[in-house]
Design a protein around this ligand. Structure first.
Ligand SMILES: NC(=O)c1ccc[n+]([C@@H]2O[C@H](COP(=O)([O-])OP(=O)(O)OC[C@H]3O[C@@H](n4cnc5c(N)ncnc54)[C@H](O)[C@@H]3O)[C@@H](O)[C@H]2O)c1
Length: 343
């Protein structure tokens, strides 16, 4: 890795940004397609050690080159790098790309801990490059509606927040179960979205106190394993209490239970998945026992964060100080793991 966060001065683009895609498994290809559909960016190169994955990606972008390694990818005169590799690689690849002058769109988590995430954000800040993380649920119509109503003051002061993300399946790739490669289990995989949604919706207040428990296979988490159930309570500086629960392979009675509910003195608002779906969400507003539906499926939200980054890059966007929030999310995860006594 290069020692300092230096990079060539950003140049004004007179052509669509040239992008390199590192890791083109299912999420990498999905986000690649969303970016290409903007019509504003060019897929210059793909990198994946799996010939099958690379071949599938090249079907989306027949003109792109296949790089042999990350250094080879960075050598291709790129304006942006899209990272969807196993989580342990994210921060280091992001830093390398930023130092070579490329903007970065990175899958979550940006780092396995706040030190890694902080180093990536520092590299973006000092090289003045756009860095975004795929906190894709921020881009659902449902969360936009919930956050909008809270911002408009319709709930009054929010004092209670309940967020859950139960995935009745576990990930099917072995690296997710190796703490060195994943950084953690369901909290790192799913809980990261919940922590982000809570803080993003409430304007990133300080988290004053945390209580947490982690389980693996129905027993307290032990060293070397990753958690498949996590429960945490966060007390915010606003006085609000945030309860988070997430899991893999919970017998939830359906494929997924996903919700983010906010309650204030004048009402409640929630994003909820519909019928156990991973993809369909509704937003509801609550007044006492009455429910008003704010948004309903369909909503093609999955690639929206990716497309947003591509559009901003094509407009010449540089470092966005909002990236500092990615570190705040990682810090909360670190504290949850520490509080729960993860070895
Ligand atoms: N934002 C979201 O909502 C969301 C959803 C799903 C997954 N993700 C994240 O996306 C990442 C990838 O998840 P996935 O389910 O697609 O995993 P995956 O294992 O299917 O994909 C990872 C790909 O990276 C490739 N790869 C491995 N080492 C590489 C390297 N050194 N260089 C380039 N490519 C390499 C693998 O061959 C594979 O094709 C994970 O970090 C995960 O947390 C985010």
């Amino acid at each position: 890795m290069i020692a300092e966060d230096t990079a060539p001065a950003p140049r004004a683009l007179t052509r669509p940004p040239r992008l390199g895609f590192a890791g083109v498994g299912w999420i990498g290809r999905h986000r690649m397609q969303a970016m290409l559909e903007t019509g504003l960016v060019e897929a210059a190169a793909v990198l994946d050690p799996s010939p099958d994955m690379a071949a599938e990606a090249l079907k989306l972008a027949p003109g792109a080159a296949r790089a042999d390694d990350f250094e080879g990818l960075l050598a291709m005169d790129l304006d942006g790098v899209v990272i969807a590799t196993p989580s342990a690689l994210h921060a280091d690849q992001a830093i390398q790309a930023l130092r070579r002058g490329a903007a970065v769109f990175c899958q979550k988590p940006l780092g396995r801990d706040a030190a890694e995430a902080g180093a990536a954000v520092a590299a973006a800040r000092t090289t003045d490059r756009l860095l975004c993380v795929d906190f894709s649920y921020r881009f659902t119509e449902a969360m936009r509606a919930v956050r909008g109503r809270i911002g408009d003051g319709e709930l009054g002061r929010v004092h209670a927040v309940d967020l859950v993300f139960h995935n009745a399946y576990g990930p099917d790739k072995p690296w997710f179960y190796d703490p060195g490669l994943s950084g953690g289990g369901c909290l790192m995989d799913l809980g990261v979205h919940l922590v982000d949604l809570a803080l993003w919706t409430l304007g990133f207040p300080e988290v004053e106190r945390i209580d947490a428990d982690l389980f693996a296979g129905g027993r307290p988490l032990t060293a070397g394993a990753v958690e498949d159930y996590a429960a945490a309570t966060l007390r915010l500086s606003s006085g609000a209490v945030v309860r988070i629960a997430c899991s893999w392979r919970l017998p939830a009675g359906c494929e997924a239970v996903i919700s983010a509910a906010f309650y204030g003195e004048r009402g409640g608002a929630a994003m909820r998945n519909v019928g156990g779906s991973f993809y369909d969400f509704t937003a509801e507003l609550y007044r006492g026992c009455e429910t008003q539906v704010l948004t309903s499926p369909p909503d093609a939200w999955g690639g929206r964060a990716a497309a947003d980054w591509a559009q901003r890059l094509a407009r010449g966007a540089r470092f966005d100080p909002e990236a500092e929030r990615f570190v705040a999310v990682s810090q909360v995860l670190d504290r949850i793991y520490a509080t729960a006594g993860r070895a």
